[in-house]
Design a protein around this ligand. Structure first.
Ligand code: SRM
Ligand code: SF4
Length: 572
């Protein structure tokens, strides 16, 4: 067993984020005072970071930043809110509330569905921030812990067909989310005018007084469909069923996709399997994994603080023993399972085993807005007015209208078509393509992603048609920077922004999301990328084995080497 100091946080002086969490009085800071300060549209000092733990990021529109600077104006500070929505399920009533707030109070008027199964409001000005939280609270939604060094929105496979298994898995996603929520009353006091209890002491038995070293991500997944991308999560629970009933989970730890250009100490990493646990041990294991990462994670260097780096530093076996010790349990050998389905959503209507109908709508980039030729946001709101079932946001930024009765199916289909929410000509390629938000709101963006995707996919569609594989698809993801929010580091073709108009091109992920791609070309333009794709698709179309995916082909053909152990192979 390694020395505790090596295992623990004693890795150098603490980062400034540790100071601010410690001094924050359990995430309160001086956010309340800042709220009434109308001299600036932003949040000052530590509050800039602290509002993240309440689910908000301060942003400004980068398209108009330079112009405002010229005019000697402060950037147009505003807030992006990310809701907490474990498993992504909400009611029609909640949808209508979200829709109204987006329309009435946000600069952009959009609802942005995210890769972690929730929605974001972009562009909320400071005077409307409290109203936003109160409006959401009235419809039973909060944004606690959707950002900051805590457990983020918990994912769950969006599988409306196997309804009873999905229901059970979904309930676990909710339970885990609640279990890991910050317990501080800060959110209730600041945003919901909750009473400030005199003599009350906040406690954080799981997260601790200084919360986690870094963000932490959890997912519940129902094989064979790895839509949640388990290898992007710190902790994943793979549902194991017996006769269609959930009996336990295989537990995975240490997945994560982000890296920093030029820093080989950072890398995307696949998760390791710890073993199987029965359902009654799920929350004990959750607590044990989170507290081990809390105590052993690197609090000095935030670039190396996620669970994936803790595992590589201490060793997966050591981490696993500690989890068993803390959880008062032993992992059993993992139960068999396989991810065999593609990660995309089954767009269109499907009938569940309960006889209900479900409509998966493809929402390009997850951006719900009324465009002149496509009134998408209005369309969904019109559906919500009559829909009795639920809405399910997927990890592919799409939206499922779930649990539709036979009578409502025709009406909903008609509304969806009238508002361009259904497009029968959608290619498989477009369905398998995804981009992160990037410009203009993301402060970390280096290159376009959401705004370039649609046109880029049109070009890729053309290449596939040219080589007679127009009905096929390649999992294509674009991230505006190496943080990889579109999960480009689990794509068959991943574009990662380097500078405006320039990307690194990664190849070699697979359809099921169980392999990390590797760099193929560095810092090239969109046109150069399309030329490379054209050449490679020509090879694939000609030489592939039956049903061989593009990512598998480029590895078999020796075009790119396989990444087996991320830390060793990714930069080799
Ligand atoms: Fe992300 C930071 C958007 C999923 C890795 N991400 C950001 C910020 C908040 C930028 C910032 O820190 O100021 C982006 C806001 C853009 C905007 O204007 O909305 C942002 N991330 C997103 C979303 C909205 C992308 C999307 O198009 O859907 C996703 C929201 C998820 C949610 O609802 O909770 C989103 N981000 C992801 C994912 C994918 C996932 O979790 O499945 C990843 C890669 C997986 C991982 O964590 O390893 C991801 N985002 C990051 C990172 C890198 C973290 C790290 O390990 O170093 C950052 C930067 C950071 O945390 O310092 C980041
Ligand atoms: Fe922003 Fe980078 Fe995430 Fe894209 S990948 S949303 S550019 S942080």
């Amino acid at each position: 067993m390694k020395d505790q100091k090596v295992l623990g946080q004693n890795l150098g002086s603490l980062s400034d984020n540790e100071r601010l969490k410690k001094q924050s009085n359990f995430l309160r800071g001086t956010i309340e005072q800042d709220l009434s300060d109308r001299v600036t549209g932003g949040f000052t000092g530590d509050n800039f970071q602290l509002i993240r733990f309440h689910g908000m990021y301060q942003q400004d529109d980068r398209d108009i930043r330079a112009e405002r600077q010229k005019q000697k104006l402060e950037p147009l500070q505003n807030v992006m809110l990310r809701a907490r929505m474990p498993g992504g399920i909400i009611t029609s009533m909640q949808w209508l509330g979200i829709d109204k707030f987006a329309t009435d109070y946000t600069i952009y008027g959009s609802i942005r569905l995210t890769t972690r199964q929730t929605f974001q409001f972009h562009g909320v000005l400071k005077p409307n921030v409290k109203l936003m939280h109160q409006t959401l609270n009235q419809i039973g939604i909060d944004s606690i812990g959707t950002a900051g060094d805590v457990n983020r929105n918990v994912l769950c496979t969006s599988n409306p067909v196997e309804s009873s298994l999905h229901r059970e898995a979904y309930e676990w996603a909710q339970k885990i989310s609640e279990h890991l929520l910050p317990k501080t009353r800060a959110y209730v006091e600041i945003w919901l005018d909750g009473e400030k209890l005199i003599g009350y002491q906040d406690e954080e038995p799981i997260l601790g007084k200084t919360y986690l070293p870094r963000k932490f991500k959890t997912a519940v997944v129902i094989p064979p469909h790895n839509d949640v991308d388990v290898h992007a999560n710190d902790l994943s629970f793979i549902a194991i069923a017996d006769n269609g009933k959930l009996v336990g989970f295989n537990v995975l730890v240490g997945g994560g996709l982000s890296m920093t250009h030029g820093d080989t100490k950072t890398y995307p990493r696949k998760a390791d399997e710890l073993g199987y646990v029965s359902l009654d041990k799920t929350l004990d294991v959750t607590t044990a994994v989170v507290t081990t990462q809390r105590d052993w994670g690197n609090r000095s260097n935030r670039k190396n603080s996620k669970t994936k780096y803790t595992l590589d530093r201490v060793g997966t076996d050591v981490f696993k023993s500690e989890v068993e010790k803390r959880g008062g349990m032993q992992f059993e050998v993992s139960r068999p399972y396989a991810f065999t389905e593609q990660r995309g959503d089954r767009i269109g209507w499907v009938e569940g085993i309960d006889g209900k109908h479900h409509l998966s709508l493809f929402i390009e980039n997850g951006r719900l807005l009324d465009y002149s030729d496509k009134p998408l946001k209005t369309g969904v709101a019109e559906i919500a007015k009559i829909h009795k079932g639920d809405f399910r946001i997927t990890t592919n930024q799409n939206l499922i209208i779930g649990g539709v009765s036979k009578t409502n199916k025709l009406i909903i289909d008609k509304i969806a078509r009238q508002h361009a929410l259904i497009n029968d000509d959608l290619s498989e390629q477009r369905k398998s393509s995804m981009a992160c938000v990037s410009f203009p709101t993301c402060p970390l963006a280096m290159a376009e992603a959401e705004r370039m995707l649609s046109q880029f996919v049109t070009s890729v569609e053309g290449i596939l048609v040219k080589h007679n594989v127009g009905c096929e698809q390649i999992v294509l993801r674009v991230s505006g920077c190496p943080n990889g929010c579109s999960r480009a580091m689990l794509a068959e073709i991943g574009l990662v922004g380097k500078a405006l108009g320039h990307y690194n091109l990664y190849l070699g992920g697979n359809l099921e999301g169980t392999r990390i791609p590797k760099i193929y070309r560095e810092n090239i333009t969109e046109i150069q990328i399309l030329t490379e794709i054209d050449t490679l698709v020509a090879f694939w179309a000609k030489d592939r084995n039956e049903r061989e995916g593009f990512g598998d082909f480029v590895i078999r053909a020796g075009i790119i080497e396989e990444v087996i152990v991320s830390k060793r192979d990714f930069y080799a």
